[in-house]
Design a protein. Structure first.
Length: 213
């Protein structure tokens, strides 16, 4: 995700707040369509699609129906070089239709996220696809590293243990923390929990690139 910074004085805000709200709403409709296409069949399919397209059309005609004064969660920002950057992150960005999105609820020595996964993330029936558990944990552990280590780091190793299936359609918690910092290397660990029980565990290594010569 781009690092937020103050916009240079000679540049305008990249888009109005209402357009950012609209873009995030549209991403939400896309998510609902993605899930609905997997659970809606036969004669129900066309009315389902009409309903979803209708929600989008109504929002386009009357953006204030989305809630006057509502704030976008991830509006475009200016990066360090003053360029407009959309938050593309495929796990947390409200603007990215393939992100669930996972929400950061606590940040510090330990980072805590919450997320509810719909049908498009299914592996076994009503359970999360294992590869997607790794995606959630990679993001959460990376965030813990980002919050606690000043240099940007990239995932070098990630090991996942699958102890119980992660349920779909209910809130799950993802926890992450740094365990050791050794020069450019940062080690972190974390878990996915459902109903207070650990479903998956992860540990891994994040490395910040060597400074340029
Ligand atoms: C402007 C930027 C904005 C960025 C925004 C980001 C948004 C991200 C969004 C969220 C994204 C979520 C996250 C994502 O998805 S991040 C994306 C997925 N990750 C990647 O694409 C990373 C690909 N890999 C690399 O680019 C390089 O390998 C990096 C830069 C990571 C390191 O390459 P470099 O060549 O520098 O290092 P090295 O490989 O020689 O190793 C260095 C040292 O480490 C030691 N070592 C290795 N393995 C182990 C081990 N298992 N236990 C103990 N030690 C180990 C090794 O022996 C060596 O030791 P020494 O010889 O120094 O003593």
């Amino acid at each position: 995700m781009a690092e937020a910074s103050t916009a240079p004085p000679d540049q305008r805000v990249p888009e109005s707040i209402q357009h950012s709200v609209l873009a995030e709403f549209a991403a939400g409709v896309c998510r609902d369509i993605a899930g609905g296409l997997l659970s809606t069949t036969g004669d129900d399919l066309v009315p389902f699609l009409e309903r979803e397209v209708g929600r989008l059309r109504q929002a386009l005609e009357d953006p204030f129906a989305l809630g006057e004064g509502s704030e976008p969660r991830h509006p475009p920002v200016f990066d360090r070089r003053g360029r407009i950057a959309v938050a593309t992150n495929p796990v947390v960005s409200h603007r990215n239709a393939i992100a669930p999105p996972m929400k950061l609820v606590r940040s510090g020595d330990e980072c805590e996220f919450t997320v509810e996964l719909p049908l498009q993330y299914q592996g076994p029936p009503s359970k999360l696809h294992g590869g997607y558990s790794a995606v959630l944990l990679d993001e959460a552990l990376w965030k813990a590293v980002r919050v606690n280590v000043s240099a940007i780091s990239f995932t070098r190793e990630l090991t996942i243990g699958y102890e119980r299936p992660v349920p779909l359609f209910e809130p799950v918690t993802v926890l992450a923390r740094v365990t050791e910092v050794d020069g450019r290397k940062t080690f972190a660990e974390g878990e996915i929990l459902a109903g207070g029980e650990v479903c998956s565990r992860a540990h891994g290594l994040w490395i910040s690139p060597r400074p340029r010569e």
